[in-house]
Design a protein around this ligand. Structure first.
Ligand code: PEP
Length: 369
């Protein structure tokens, strides 16, 4: 549990204990005890909610949010009932109801001054063309074995080569680590020798697919036109794309990085429906930082992640607040915490460091610091 959550939980528990003692000493009316209990329950629920939230998406998230507010309100009802019972006149009742609401709101405001960043936290490993199938399965087993030590609020995803998908999915059965592919075909099926379709990947049990990685744009000539078709295939097969954007060194040095990512987003992500967008994760990967040992500084990452979110906001409005934006490019255990501490950095797409289970998991711990 994070330090802040521990403090809130302790404050809530302390408040409840104090109220109980005061009540036993006859210094607190019953409605006061109920009110404190409602506030404490709400606090505990919200602390728990923060952890659960990151594991949900879509409708489940909306329901969770609903109960996140409804439950503390329900908890306050016994207080209201008790007090209203003693206030026969309608104006007295209205006053009591308003005061109860205001006190509860003030307590929540003090404990939770501003809503936390409730976006899903993701650490995804892109294994690229590394490991033989047996080695990949071993790596996946080691990731699953070490996973329990980390915070459950982080979603781990591994993206092995196509040839390992079956074995890795089997090895991860029973764990909460999800599997993605590194690419999929732009076509549905047919005479496309050597290609692997989104339907084939989905049929194996994959939930994610990386699309638009700079290595595919650079070495295999993937354009926005191809990527639009790949995105459509991914959604048609219920796969969630991790769409990569990022500038090369020349573009960064010429100060064109903001325009480059803007174009990469506008040409592909802007074509998505709101439903498709809600299932999309963005990965910002500066090409000059991939596999080079050079990492963007946390401030550079935040600057461009905030820029990406503002571009998404223009098209998708407040839905952009829920889109995870991952950083990729020589992310490792030693720099993850600093990067993940930034408001708009919601995790990482990890290359080299994903090939060692220990390092991959340690990157996830970057959220706990
Ligand atoms: C990547 O290629 O997605 C990547 C982030 O690689 P690395 O972590 O090795 O820089």
């Amino acid at each position: 549990m994070k330090r802040r959550e521990c403090i809130r939980t302790a404050v809530a528990g302390g408040m409840l204990l104090l109220a109980l003692v005061l009540r036993l000493c006859g210094l607190l009316p019953l409605w006061g005890l109920f009110l404190v209990a409602a506030a404490a329950l709400g606090t505990l629920w919200l602390a728990l909610g923060y952890r659960v939230w990151h594991r949900l998406r879509g409708k489940a998230q909306q329901w969770f949010l609903f109960w996140n507010y409804a439950l503390p309100v329900l908890a306050a009802l016994p207080t209201l009932a008790l007090v209203l019972d003693r206030a026969p006149r309608i104006d007295e009742r209205l006053l009591v109801a308003t005061l109860t609401g205001a006190v509860l709101a003030a307590i929540y405001y003090l404990i939770y001054p501003k809503p936390k960043n409730m976006r899903k936290k993701i650490v995804a490993g892109n294994w690229k063309m590394n490991t033989l199938p047996t080695e990949g399965i071993e790596l996946a087993r080691n990731v699953a074995a070490g996973r329990n030590e980390g915070c459950s609020c982080v979603n781990f995803i591994v993206c092995p080569p196509f040839t390992h998908l079956c074995g890795v999915i089997d090895a991860l059965r029973g764990s909460d680590i999800e599997v993605g592919a590194q690419n999929c075909a732009a076509e549905e099926k047919g005479a496309y020798t050597g290609e692997v379709s989104a339907a084939m990947i989905a049929a194996l049990g994959c939930r994610y697919v990386i699309l638009g990685h700079s290595e595919r744009r650079q070495y295999y000539g993937e354009t926005s036109e191809t990527l639009n078709r790949k995105m459509a295939q991914a959604f048609a097969n219920d796969l969630q794309p991790i769409y990569c954007v990022g500038e090369n060194l020349e573009e960064r040095e010429a100060g064109r990085h903001f325009d480059v990512v803007k174009r990469q987003i506008e040409e592909v992500v802007y074509n998505l429906t709101p439903e498709q967008f809600a299932r999309t994760t963005i990965a910002y990967e500066p090409v000059w930082a991939i596999g080079t040992g050079k990492t963007a500084t946390a401030d550079q990452a935040q600057e461009i992640h905030a820029h990406i979110r503002s571009i998404l906001r223009k098209q998708f409005r407040e839905a952009a607040e829920q889109t995870p934006i991952l950083y990729g490019g020589s992310c490792k255990p030693s720099n993850a915490a600093e990067l993940f501490a930034k408001e708009d950095v919601d995790g990482g797409l990890i290359g080299g460091a994903a090939l060692k289970a220990e390092d991959f998991l340690a990157i996830g711990k970057g959220f706990e610091k």
